[in-house]
Design a protein around this ligand. Structure first.
Ligand SMILES: C[S@@+](CC[C@H](N)C(=O)[O-])C[C@H]1O[C@@H](n2cnc3c(N)ncnc32)[C@H](O)[C@@H]1O
Length: 392
């Protein structure tokens, strides 16, 4: 029933059972290290694990089995991310539950919500149930954190000598494009703590708040069209929905960026379909490769057997600089490859910035810096980034 992917691959009952097991393991991991330390997600995990084994509520297990069967394009931890975000969307946008997230820090509230959505009324699916199934069928985790694009600005600044004064930029997996809008509109990246000596902090901060001309600012995503409400539901952990001053200003800034969207071009493209499939993206740059091709927090989602083709597709878009920022590290046995984290919220996973200057014949990745998390509050530059910036 679920997913375009289900037309491509039929799973055996054994494969489905193993997929559900992986899903359960990922639910356990969610409780061990919940994004944003959200108690709400710990409670969500407990409720989902309980209901997967509740024989009086078979609809829940059915939902998970159908989800696993339909979404072969996603590994289990990202299925779980999509799963809680779909419920978050319903509670925020469809049922507009004023008690969310405050009252959802216990599993009972979640269990009641699961039943209300899936079996109330018992004989047919209600609009929220249909909406949930549709989201699990076709949506993607679509966070969009503008501050992450500070990394792109630093990588461009570090390679300024090898780039034209106003480089063209393409971003693969751009989501709503908020970070690119911030770069394109020269809205400074303030408030990032740089973990370095004072002179280096000054140098990098000047790059983050200084202006930078971009001649052609294009983003593409495998998701056609964009529902800002879905992006918003993905972009906040439940703990970030609490009404603090900090969260209020984050919300206001995001709304401001959405209003600036007219000049941002967002196209459709899927990295896993390989270089040949991205001709439309090049057409938007007069048929030329871009000066900079970036992918932020998008490659980690791609299943391992497709990552090689996706990386080739990304590199085919530029003849100069490739920038990747992701939950990844350089493969210790082959520095031309990145290894992506299995579980981005796991203690070992770090959000890092990498570059590869193709125009200089570089084949190996250079590590430019490490962020405190995917929310990008603190950045530790590497010696390589500092050297490059000092030598521009
Ligand atoms: C977690 S979001 C990150 C968005 C943004 N780059 C950021 O860092 O804030 C991942 C995005 O990558 C997109 N994506 C995932 N796989 C993709 C693929 N194969 N080709 C193009 N986009 C993809 C998703 O649709 C989603 O919008």
């Amino acid at each position: 029933m679920y997913g375009v992917a289900s037309f491509e691959k039929k799973m055996t009952p054994l494969e489905v059972a193993s997929g559900v097991q992986d899903f359960e393991a990922a639910l356990h991991d969610l409780a061990l290290h919940p994004p944003g330390k959200s108690d709400t997600l710990v409670a969500f995990s407990a409720a989902a694990l309980h209901d997967l084994h509740d024989e009086s509520f078979p609809q829940f297990k059915q939902l998970v089995e159908d989800f696993v069967r339909g979404r072969t394009d996603m590994v289990a931890p990202y299925k779980v991310q999509l799963f809680w975000r779909a419920f978050q969307y319903l509670l925020l946008e469809r049922t507009a539950d004023k008690e969310y997230p405050a009252a959802y820090n216990n599993s009972l509230t979640w269990q009641i919500a699961f039943r209300t959505i899936l079996i109330d009324p018992p004989d047919r699916l209600n609009p929220e149930g249909w909406s949930l199934m549709e989201m699990l069928d076709v949506n993607n985790n679509q966070t969009n954190e503008p501050r992450r694009y500070a990394g792109v600005k630093l990588a461009i600044a570090a390679h300024a000598n090898a780039l034209p004064d106003a480089p063209s930029l393409v971003d693969a997996g751009c989501s709503a494009g908020l970070g690119q809008i911030q770069i394109g509109e020269n809205i400074p990246f303030h408030g990032i703590h740089i973990e370095a000596e004072q002179n280096i902090r000054k140098l990098l901060r000047a790059r983050l708040i200084g202006t930078m001309a971009i001649s052609n600012n294009i983003g593409f995503d495998k998701i056609v069209g964009i529902d800002p409400k879905w992006v918003e539901a993905c972009s906040y952990y439940p703990s970030e929905l609490e009404d603090t001053q900090l969260n209020h200003s984050k919300h206001k800034f995001r709304q401001f960026l959405y209003q600036r969207r007219e000049d941002f071009v967002r196209l459709h493209g899927d990295l896993t379909e390989g270089p040949g499939s991205l001709d439309d993206i090049l057409v938007r740059n007069q048929g030329q490769q871009y000066d900079v091709a970036a992918a932020l927090t998008s490659l980690y989602e791609i299943p391992k057997d497709q990552i090689c083709i996706a990386a080739k597709a990304l590199e085919s878009l530029t003849d100069k600089l490739v920038v990747v920022q992701d939950f990844a590290d350089i493969d210790p046995t082959d520095s031309t490859k990145l290894i992506f984290a299995e579980d981005i919220y796991g203690p070992a996973s770090k959000y890092r910035l990498f570059s590869k200057l193709i125009s200089d014949g570089e084949e190996a990745w250079t590590h430019l810096g490490t962020w405190s998390s995917g929310r990008c509050a603190r950045f530790r530059p590497t010696a390589a980034l500092i050297d490059k910036c000092l030598n521009q």
